[in-house]
Design a protein around this ligand. Sequence first.
Ligand code: ATP
Length: 376
Amino acid sequence: MADDPEEGMLSWDESVFRNEHVFEIDYVPETFAHRESEMRSLKYALRPAARGSRPLNVIARGPPGTGKTTAVQKVFGELGAQTDVRTVRVNCQVDSTRYSVFSRIFEGIFEYEPPSSGISFKKLFRQITEKLVEEDEVLVVALDDVNYLFYEGEASDTLYSLLRAHEAHSGAKIGVIVVLGPEPRCHRGLGRPRPERLPPRRGVLPGVRPRGNRRHPPRTCRARFPRGRRLDRSPDEVAELTAESGDLRVGIDLLRRAGLNAEMRASRTVSLQDVEEAYEKSKYVHLSHSLQALSDSEIELLEVIAQHDGERAGDVYDAFHDQTGLGYTRYSEIINKLDQLDIIDATYTNVEGRGRSRQLSLRYEPDAVLNRLEGS
Ligand SMILES: Nc1ncnc2c1ncn2[C@@H]1O[C@H](COP(=O)(O)OP(=O)(O)OP(=O)(O)O)[C@@H](O)[C@H]1O
């Protein structure tokens, strides 16, 4: 029947999915394949906490969408179920200042939000540590996506406050898991990253060790999250396309869209064509995820770069300044952030007669970026 809207589709109660719930954004996978050694590192570091001692501090580093947050959620779930250890995961993409990080910790401990005004950081901090000492509890804080604290110049103060809590209040036991991307392009210590000097430092972040304590080895343990391991029993095509960005969110979205495509053509099996068509949308999941966290001025600069793709940083600055009135320092900070988020490539090139100059290019087609900015 030509005007039957049901024609060519499965009925409402038919599906290619056995359990569609696993595609939800906040779903924590029951089986956490290929992350055994990272989980072991985390548990190794946190074991002292289960016995009432201060745990080791951990840096969990790896590219986006490789399971860092999931690992923390899993270990925190186990600690919550089997021990008295307090755990708080702070999403620094949302809470990107020291005050808001500690507000989130306060909420995790007291189970209500601190007053939104009229309470100093010092007081907030004291209430947290006093409670921990009073209750004789160990607290483990995961600073997830800590890169966002760097962008705001808040990483140093936040980490020092957490790592020196025992100095401010004797007996306070706090361990920290720092979750960050692969290349912390931070400049010396944990200060504000300087866009003009971006030598990536590998290994343990220098500042995690408390200053003035260099004789002692850092109480720091690392859990690395490599990119692109194959997903067992998934179609090879999906695994290969996911490996292009290395972000598992792409693969999860791809599986879901491919299934929906199959349903749309009334098929109970997913074909390669369903996967390929789905990929045309899923390949931007990584980009959309990165765009979510941008402020208005960051979006404005990105739009300017999209209009001047591949041009020199100086020319892009002129256009940005004309449009927004913002100065070069802020401009450089945003460039640095967009570069770290892998949205743009800001590499230095030698320009004849002009020395070294940065060239700014998008890592995606300009239209793909602009369309998603419009939709956000
Ligand atoms: N080993 C795994 N098995 C199944 N699903 C996984 C696995 N690792 C991660 N995932 C899923 O992939 C998605 C991305 O994982 P997660 O958020 O933990 O990555 P991440 O490394 O913390 O990313 P980001 O750095 O962007 O915050 C989540 O939906 C998660 O459930």
